[in-house]
Design a protein around this ligand. Structure first.
Ligand code: FAD
Length: 441
């Protein structure tokens, strides 16, 4: 047995992976147990394997980050894959009909860095822009200071700031529904203000959008872990239960035997905890899910040369150009309206809307298409939920929690998941008498 303290981590999503890399880099002996045959959890990729296409690997959904995701970027750096994320300075907004506006930073320092491009945005009138600017000023003054932001919805906050329905729809909603994966009338205002404060106001480059240029699962491949021999990864290892003895976890059971360690981290989705650790006294009844739908389209010719764009006034919210303008991925966040629709109806809707933005779609032939409905994509960041998000320590001294739904300080995002993993790793080191810091500010 290793001399180093041992930690068993359950769940190979970003939370479990982040805890593993942090503890592995600090010399702890880590065993990571993942139920599925691949890593990444909700941020992963797999071979398409359809009748039309057996060679393509697709992401379960396009995942993007912003430069303000400092812990996620640190996690990629630790795995040696940060260079596989391409950062874009331009945000493209397209109206039905094809008129395109570009938002990017100019020469002025933060928080005025968008002034020039903001003034040129075509999809907002002068009055709209004055309204948005006033709203952003309020973000700057209220974020981190106002006490009731957790209790009110983002929509109520925007109405309090006299934002017009058009500005709410075309500006605030367009950014926030994708960032938080929830509608404005269901999102706690604190998260909305956080997105704009950290992503748009705090630093001039923090809005830059990072898109991995390899399939998501390649970011956590075997090669990436070669630097961390202390981390043993066991895929296809579903944990059945955390067994308790004398008020502590004594082992984890799996179909192929028991795992023992000094400390245990459960980095699982919230809905899985009840069966694996029923002794944990958590109030999870306030947690609900919000869905995301990804639509993958392969055309016989390029339909755009933009790398990505946000699409205004329609169901489809984002377009990502995955390959030469021919392989396009569309994303609809908080996609409850699509949940009951058939695959064929969703593809028909996507094509109808897409040709309003990209006329080349009318001439192009669709070779094939794939729809992924992630019903349990993220937790819904509703008002009054924060108090129910558990911290990483539990009432059981050698059992810790991680996952995007725990109290990471962020809504359900890759950054939130990594933060939760680092926080759990810090709590483990503290409990073992060798406290370490992993979390970046
Ligand atoms: C469609 C979609 C699009 C998204 N887009 C973005 C985006 O653009 N940007 C962004 O920042 N975030 C995005 N997110 C959110 C982001 O993916 C998640 O917040 C994050 O990946 C959650 O990581 P996690 O480790 O907390 O949980 P998970 O990824 O759910 O990890 C939990 C892991 O536990 C494993 N597991 C479950 N039961 C067991 C068991 N009994 N034993 C062992 N292992 C088990 C699961 O297989 C899984 O791998 C998106 C999510 C989805 C679904």
């Amino acid at each position: 047995m290793s001399q180093n303290p041992s930690v068993a981590i359950v769940g190979g999503g970003l939370a479990g992976l982040a805890a593993s890399v942090a503890l592995g880099s600090a010399g702890y002996s880590v065993t990571l147990l993942e139920a599925r045959p691949f890593l990444g959890g909700r941020a992963t990729s797999y071979p398409l394997n359809t009748a039309e296409d057996t060679s393509t690997t697709i992401d379960n959904c396009q995942h993007v980050l912003l430069r303000c995701c400092t812990n996620l970027i640190d996690f990629y750096r630790r795995l040696g894959v940060a260079g596989n994320v391409h950062f874009y300075r331009e945000f493209y907004w397209i109206e039905p009909g094809g008129r395109t506006s570009v938002m990017k930073r100019g020469l002025l320092p933060a928080p005025l860095h968008f002034t020039e491009s903001f003034a040129r945005l075509k999809f907002l009138s002068v009055g709209d822009k004055v309204s948005v600017a006033n709203g952003l000023l309020s973000v700057k003054y209220e974020y981190g200071k106002r006490a009731d932001l957790e209790q009110m919805t983002m929509l109520d906050w925007l109405r309090e700031k006299r934002q017009t329905p058009r500005v709410i729809e075309r500006f605030w909603r367009q950014v926030l529904v994708s960032a938080i994966n929830e509608d404005l009338d269901r999102t706690a205002a604190v998260h909305g203000l956080q997105v704009f404060y950290l992503g748009f106001l705090a630093k001039a480059d923090s809005y830059e959008m990072g898109i991995p240029d390899v399939p998501l699962a390649d970011l956590y491949s075997e090669n990436a872990w070669a630097e961390y021999p202390e981390v043993k990864i066991r895929e296809r290892s579903a944990v059945q239960q955390a067994v308790m003895e004398n008020g502590r976890v004594s082992k984890l059971t799996t179909a192929s035997g028991a795992i023992t360690a000094d400390s245990y981290i459960l980095a699982l989705p919230f809905e899985r905890l009840g069966t694996i650790a029923p002794e944990l006294d958590l109030n999870l009844s306030s947690f609900t899910h919000s869905p995301i739908t990804g639509i993958h389209l392969w055309f016989d010719r390029p339909i755009t040369d933009l790398p990505h764009a946000t699409l205004l006034d329609r169901t489809i919210q984002w377009m990502f150009n995955k390959k030469e303008g021919k392989y396009i991925q569309l994303v609809v966040s908080a996609s409850r309206s699509l949940m009951q629709m058939s695959r064929e109806d969703i593809i028909a809707l996507a094509l109808k809307e897409l040709q309003e933005f990209f006329p080349a779609v009318k001439e192009a032939q669709l070779d094939h298409a794939h729809v992924i409905k992630e019903v349990r994509a993220t937790f819904s960041a509703a008002p009054n939920l924060e108090q129910h998000r558990p911290v990483s320590t539990t009432t059981i001294p050698n059992l810790f929690l991680a996952g995007d739904w725990t109290r990471s300080g962020w809504p359900a995002t890759m950054e939130g998941a990594v933060r939760s993993g680092y926080l759990a790793a810090e709590a483990v080191t503290k409990s073992l008498g060798t406290p370490q810091r992993f979390l970046k500010p």
